[in-house]
Design a protein around this ligand. Structure first.
Ligand SMILES: Cc1cc2nc3c(=O)[nH]c(=O)nc-3n(C[C@H](O)[C@H](O)[C@H](O)COP(=O)(O)O)c2cc1C
Length: 354
């Protein structure tokens, strides 16, 4: 038997009657499916526990997840092989704590609110891939490590060392957060997984059939950064915000890796190293996007790829054929020296960074 506990937030206010209606339909449905549980409503939040046959619970959780009456659904706990029901007599008991003014219930309300807030904070620090697994009702720690094919993307800011050495921390934070926001949003919208931030570098991965998406994400990020630079104030470091991309493809190990202190759900392997090396090459070849031959071969759209010939990649025995997509956003990348000069003059002109 499976037991799932989740919290969610109301999409828009519901009347008491509407909440009771959820209870009525739930009891009718759950009785037929031999599902039991409890639904607590309080301060615009739902807390629900559902228990029953594994497949039936998964099906119900999916249905509840699509219900437009609530949002921000976060699974708190998934129990497999639960032996006994916690609520054997409740096909779904709805408890509306908003109506309960009992002083003894007051601390319970505070605890529920604190629990929600602390989970919101933890959610912010949790990788999207892990959140997706949790919200499918699966304990991510039980997911076995496996070999899979992925397209790996590395993206990082040009001359970030020079920028960070010369500008005050608040401006560096502003710049990096803007960059991470733009890139992560676009990668996610193109079905990519943001795996981790490594300083000013974003590491992400895509399914092997998503090569066009991965490339389009690079172009969209370059386009958004250009707009951000053009609309930035003269004294803003955003006008120096350029970034380069390396894309590679191959078999990686995906899964939980870490220690008792910290666990990452991540990908490891040769394609990850290759993507990092390709990204580093962008500065030398003066193209904002550099990709490996297998990424090029995985694309289906009509890209105009240009060969950069064979290149030795640090740490790799064989040299590799590399390419770039011919596009004005990719070609406008002879910027390294200019950024270093401009960072210095920005520091002088504005007196910032001293
Ligand atoms: C917070 C919340 C909890 C719900 N819990 C259940 C439930 O336990 N069982 C159920 O059948 N439907 C539940 N629902 C309603 C389902 O999302 C869905 O509207 C309903 O099952 C549709 O029933 P039908 O397929 O018979 O029309 C819940 C909805 C919300 C917003």
């Amino acid at each position: 038997m499976k037991r799932l506990t989740y919290i969610s937030r109301l999409n828009s206010p519901l009347s008491e009657k509407e909440i009771e209606e959820i209870g009525i339909i739930s009891r009718q449905n759950n009785q037929k499916q031999d599902i039991t549980g409890v639904l607590i409503y309080f301060g615009g939040l739902f807390f629900q526990i559902i228990e029953g046959d594994d497949v039936k619970i998964d099906r119900l959780y999916e249905k509840i997840g699509q219900d437009k009456r609530h949002t921000d659904i976060l699974c708190l706990k998934t129990e497999y092989q639960a032996e006994e029901r916690l609520f054997p007599n409740w096909s779904m008991n709805v408890i509306n704590l908003d109506n309960n003014t009992d002083l003894l219930i007051h601390p319970v309300k505070i605890l529920l609110q604190n629990l929600t807030e602390s989970h919101g904070i933890i959610e912010q620090y949790t990788q999207p891939a892990v959140l997706k697994i949790i919200n499918r009702g699966i304990n991510p720690l039980t997911v076995p490590v496996r070999k899979v094919e992925k397209i790996i993307m590395f993206a990082d800011i040009v001359s970030f060392s020079a920028i960070s050495e010369n500008l005050p921390v608040e401006l560096i934070a502003l710049m990096i957060n803007r960059y991470l926001e733009i890139s992560s949003e676009i990668i996610t919208a193109r079905d990519g997984e943001v795996s981790k931030y490594i300083g000013d570098c974003v590491m992400a991965y895509f399914a092997p059939e998503s090569a066009d998406n991965a490339l389009q994400a690079c172009l969209n990020i370059l386009g958004e950064l250009k707009k951000a630079r053009q609309s930035a104030d003269k004294s803003s470091p955003i006008r120096l915000l350029y970034c380069g991309f390396g894309l590679s493809q191959g078999i990686v190990i995906e899964g939980n890796m870490g220690s008792a202190i910290k666990t990452d759900y991540t990908v490891l392997g040769d394609p990850v190293n290759t993507a990092a090396r390709l990204e580093a090459l962008t500065r030398d070849v003066k193209k904002a996007v550099v990709l490996s031959e297998n990424v090029k071969n995985s694309t289906k759209a009509a890209w105009n790829f240009v060969s950069l010939g064979k290149h030795d990649l640090k740490g790799k025995e064989k040299s590799a054929n590399i390419y770039y997509p011919d596009h004005e956003l990719v070609n406008d990348f002879d910027v390294k020296d200019r950024i270093i000069q401009e960072v210095k003059s920005l520091r002088k002109e504005t007196g910032i960074g001293r």
